[in-house]
Design a protein around this ligand. Structure first.
Ligand code: DX5
Ligand code: ZN
Length: 215
């Protein structure tokens, strides 16, 4: 499956980009929220997301790169999130935050940065609908895939198969058409692609190609 990241979109043409994603059959829309604190960059927030929500039926995969995301879970649900992913390292009481997302009626995602261990999964994996492995340091589109993450994807796949087989394994950062096959083969089943979709000449073809590689 493929989740194009609108962080790399030309926002002056946002309506066309959504029409394109609808036609291409994107599985999710990846929505990167950055607060300038948890990550160095600032992206967009609630008002924009609720407006974009009207442009598609595709589920919104909202990736919160914000400090203390628990403060805003309810607001992002109201804005139209279908999955909310928080970073383990952004919230003090992760179990409480994951429960809160569940209580608000959306799918629960957990993100792990490149240098962070999978050990946090020992006591969280059963609570998750989605595990997001970062393959770049969060904050910017267009960075290079960090090679060590391939092995980590394979380890995460084993844990998921054993403990919670329905959990989606999403990989985010530096995913391109030329490494997508290796990412899928390592065990991911949902790829985020920002610049590899919106930074190329034919974004629709890119989405279709990603989907084909995943089959
Ligand atoms: C990075 C974001 C990514 C980003 C990916 O912090 O979480 O979702 O948009 O962009 P690319 O695919 O260009 O690496
Ligand atoms: Zn992301």
């Amino acid at each position: 499956m493929i989740s194009p990241s609108i962080l790399s979109c030309d926002f002056t043409k946002i309506r066309e980009q959504f029409e394109m994603m609808n036609k291409a059959g994107a599985d999710y829309v990846h929505v990167d929220v950055m607060d300038g604190m948890y990550v160095p960059n600032i992206s967009f927030g609630l008002a924009i997301i609720s407006q974009l929500r009207e442009l598609t039926e595709i589920p919104f995969d909202v990736h919160l790169m914000i400090e203390q995301p628990e403060r805003y879970i309810e607001d992002f649900v109201k804005a139209g999130a279908d999955i909310i992913t928080v970073h383990a390292s952004a919230t003090k009481h992760l179990n409480r935050t994951l429960n809160l997302i569940r209580e608000k009626g959306v799918k629960v995602g957990l993100a792990i940065n490149p240098a962070e261990s999978l050990s946090i999964l020992d006591y969280t994996i059963k609570d998750l609908d989605l595990l997001l492995l970062m393959s770049v340091n969060p904050g910017f589109g267009g960075q290079k895939f960090i090679e060590q993450v391939y092995d980590k994807i394979a380890c995460a796949r084993e844990i998921i198969d054993r403990e919670n087989p329905n959990c989606i394994l999403e990989v985010d950062g530096g995913v391109k058409l030329d490494n997508a096959e290796r990412v899928y083969k390592s065990g991911a089943n949902l790829l985020v692609a920002g610049s590899a979709v919106f930074g190329v000449e034919d974004p629709m073809k890119a989405i279709e190609d990603f989907k084909r590689i995943g089959k």
